[in-house]
Design a protein around this ligand. Structure first.
Ligand code: SAM
Length: 182
């Protein structure tokens, strides 16, 4: 394979910066649903997936504008990078079609940084597998339910249900002296 990821021009410093921003305040909201030890930044998942599909000579500046629309240069971002979807339109038709033809498998998907960013990039087929039941439920919550709710036009109901039952779970936990601190 002769890809942009392997070219030596992959902008590691910007990807590191974007990833560290994501780990600070303003983390992805769905991360707050469950504590997890090894969450991988969406910013790096996004950059690596796309860079592995682009050719070696792809323009670095264009790549950066696609993966981080909020990047302003000199290490500054106007918004935490993960809040904006990648600006895939800047890739042009040839690469958009390539993304749509691509199949992505994460066989150890954990909490889903790689499949989520695959979906956001417009990868044609994204498959996530995971052994732990907790993580599987979470993967479904991130990758399937929102899409399902939009298709069924019940997204507002889904949001209010998540708020209602999330609050209820927190209240119940608060009553239990053994697990309250969690
Ligand atoms: C390092 S984490 C995944 C990180 C994830 N790919 C990411 O980018 O955030 C590895 C995951 O593999 C899962 N796992 C371990 N053995 C597995 C197996 N045999 N089949 C499926 N998942 C497995 C673990 O439960 C864990 O969630």
């Amino acid at each position: 394979m002769d890809t942009f990821l392997e070219s030596g021009r992959f902008p590691v410093e910007v990807v590191n910066l974007a990833s560290s921003k994501e780990k600070g305040p303003g983390r992805p909201p769905h991360w707050e649903m469950v504590f997890w030890w090894t969450r991988k930044p969406l910013a790096s998942a996004r950059a690596v997936i796309l860079a592995s599909l682009l050719p070696r000579d792809f323009d670095v500046e264009r790549f950066t504008r696609v993966v981080y629309p909020s990047y302003q240069g000199s290490g500054r971002f106007s918004k935490t990078p993960h809040f904006l979807n990648p600006n895939v339109k800047l890739l042009g038709r040839e690469y958009l079609e390539k993304l749509a033809r691509t199949r992505l498998l994460d066989p150890f998907a954990g909490f889903g940084s790689i499949p989520l960013e695959g979906v956001r990039l417009g990868v044609g087929e994204v498959v996530a597998t995971e052994l732990l039941p907790t993580a599987v439920v979470f993967l479904r919550a991130v990758l399937e339910y929102p899409k399902w709710a939009v298709e069924k036009k019940v997204e507002k109901q889904l949001i209010s249900d998540v708020e209602k039952w999330g609050k209820w779970v927190l209240e119940q936990l608060g009553k239990d002296p053994d697990i309250r601190e969690l």
